[in-house]
Design a protein around this ligand. Sequence first.
Ligand SMILES: Cc1cc2nc3c(=O)[nH]c(=O)nc-3n(C[C@H](O)[C@H](O)[C@H](O)COP(=O)(O)OP(=O)(O)OC[C@H]3O[C@@H](n4cnc5c(N)ncnc54)[C@H](O)[C@@H]3O)c2cc1C
Ligand code: FES
Ligand code: FES
Length: 481
Amino acid sequence: MRGEVIFYLNGERKQVSGAFVFEPLSSYLRYEAGLTGTKLVCEEGDCGACTILIGRPGNGRLKYRAINSCIFTLYQADATHVVTVEGLAAGGLHPVQEAMVRCHGAQCGFCTPGFVMAMAGLCEQKKDAMAAERLSSAELRRGLTGNLCRCTGYAPIIEAGQSIDPGQVPALCQLFPEEEMAPALELLSRDALSITHQEKRLDRPADLETAMNCLVQGAVIVNGATDLGVQQNKGRREINWHLSLGCLSELQGVSVQDGVIDAGGLSTWTDMEEVLGGRGEFAGILSVFASPQIKNAGGMAGNIINGSPIADSLPYLMVSDAVLLLASPQGRRELPIRELYRGYKDLDLKKGEILLRIRIPLLADGLLGLYKVSRRRDLDISSFTAAIYVRLDGQTITEARVSLGGVAPVVARQENVERFLAGKPFQRETFLLAGDLAARSIQPLSDVRGSREYRLMLARNTFLRFYLEKSSNASVLQSVR
Ligand SMILES: Cc1cc2nc3c(=O)[nH]c(=O)nc-3n(C[C@H](O)[C@H](O)[C@H](O)COP(=O)(O)OP(=O)(O)OC[C@H]3O[C@@H](n4cnc5c(N)ncnc54)[C@H](O)[C@@H]3O)c2cc1C
Ligand code: FES
Ligand code: FES
């Protein structure tokens, strides 16, 4: 059992115990390591000023991803290699930094280290994929959605990214040789951890039984901390006993097999995107989900258990009839996600229960539409979400599944609308009536993201939108996931 956090910082091995173990990684970097290039602005994962790269070990290599260090607790960096803007520039300006200077990509410069780190992460991903071409404007816009700049304007920043010659960019394994570091980190990642400091405690048990016992006694599971980190930073939640499930093989991996996505509770949204490979409606929702930094840390298990009525994955999981594999001291069970939510943030979970895996049957033989409506396209919380799935026999709807989010305390299936649609002709009139019925069946609230009337209108119009989008290919009944 290890009693301290061990990681590498810009190639140097660090051992940390005491208060910093429970602090945001950004605090350690700035106030203990003196690496003040990592900036702090929002402290809630929204602006990207605190972006750093985390190298996670696997197969003798390190895979680097950008994350927000302000909501990432230091112990989450255990058994990783942390690279900050100082590390990137250790041997002189990095090509990404040179490009930002050349293209006038910075004015006050406060956001610049975050942009540099996010862009360096994109270059590294290209190298991982053995792709030799330059970063495209679309790749840069997508890859930088988690970084805000208030004074330069984005055009020179995108121009800087496009001007980088990939041949000139050293891979991070050239800057920080990984022959020794990667196997050392891989070994460390298997260590169980138990660290205490005053009233704070962290456990990363080696087996499921110990993890469940910690939970029963009051520990709180922390996975990516993209929900919990914000709640802690903003004083909405204090966690004294942190439980990391990082050593448990039962929660690892994500794959698609025999028409089912099988996602372990530890898998991140980025892992999910890699498995989906950009195909299908759910990949479309993930493309407007948070930012790369958030998706590199957070995952589906946290989205499900956090139980927000506007969690973006839930409508899809509801219409897919996803099944949750849960484990508690009373044993394992499978629970259809439709039965999980009893009320606002009130979940049908037993004491000490852990979400091990999520099994999502692919919807291969019908028409699926997934919708997220938010005030801004990127990095915004939804005002309204929806999933509509129909199967057809000729022009007749044989089965319908509908789920709406943002219109009630929980995301749920709209069974009366489903019953209405079944057996009806696949035509405009049917979906106009279905939209009216849906709007009559919900009681949305007004809040900062939209009025009650606006949400009612969205619920009504989404059915027509679905029909208009799908009617062109419904006649040939193409396979749509
Ligand atoms: C800037 C920003 C943008 C965001 N954008 C979006 C967005 O576009 N759409 C969206 O839906 N969400 C968004 N989120 C919310 C968040 O990123 C997601 O809900 C994410 O999926 C949470 O995963 P996590 O691993 O970080 O969860 P954590 O914060 O680690 O945990 C969340 C909850 O789940 C519990 N938990 C985690 N894993 C398990 C498990 N295996 N078993 C039992 N309980 C578990 C934790 O105890 C906690 O209660 C955003 C958050 C931020 C900060
Ligand atoms: S300080 Fe804004 S994302 Fe971390
Ligand atoms: S350069 Fe000032 S905020 Fe971006």
